[in-house]
Design a protein around this ligand. Sequence first.
Ligand SMILES: Nc1nc2c(c(=O)[nH]1)N[C@H]1C(S)=C(S)[C@@H](COP(=O)(O)O)O[C@H]1N2
Ligand SMILES: [Mo]
Length: 212
Amino acid sequence: MSSNSLNRREDEERVRQQGRLPPGQSLTQKFPVLHYGPVAHFDAQTWDFHIFGEVENEIRWSWDEFNQLPKKKVTMDIHCVTRWSKFDTEWEGVSVQTLLDEGYLKLKPTARFVIQHAEYGYSTNLPLEVVLQDNFLLATHFNSEPLTPDHGYPLRGVVGNVPGRDDFFTPYFWKGAKWLRGLEFTAQDKPGFWEKAGYHNQADIWKEERSG
Ligand SMILES: Nc1nc2c(c(=O)[nH]1)N[C@H]1C(S)=C(S)[C@@H](COP(=O)(O)O)O[C@H]1N2
Ligand SMILES: [Mo]
């Protein structure tokens, strides 16, 4: 066995002992790339970020404007439904709760779900309360570097498990859309790309809600 696979096993055993390895998952030291369709091309001149639906103020931010928003860092464990988990990943970006707290965005009381809309029509849905948790971020950076194109540059949704925060609901990682272009707030739930393809709508990593 190579020393690398020995390390991998030791790391996996450690997170298992810590109660951080969800059922049916295994630890990876790599960062796999997974998506349907092509990697999106980014043009700062035409890119915009659109917030719409059950909101008091519809928003369109340019890339420059988006980058003037307050950002924060969150470290979390990410869990892909294809059974890889990556631990202690650090993300930087904009928190939706911060947008509310600082008055950039005001929701209508009818808003209950959030649909992430990405390039090429990819979408994924989450309950509003999950999007407002600290483990959901509109991320521009991974481990202090801008996202790479295949991981969603310039912007993606991310959601993962924050160790010790059992009060946060954590879904599988497909619930973060790469090449994110907008958020739609809705009164009714709207299953997204993988959810319509047979993945679980709620996707709780601890309950192994993979399909159905
Ligand atoms: N736009 C877009 N975002 C997407 C997907 C996709 O097909 N298109 N796939 C999802 C899935 S299934 C996973 S597991 C993660 C993978 O992110 P990664 O390639 O950065 O590991 O992206 C999610 N976001
Ligand atoms: Mo996935």
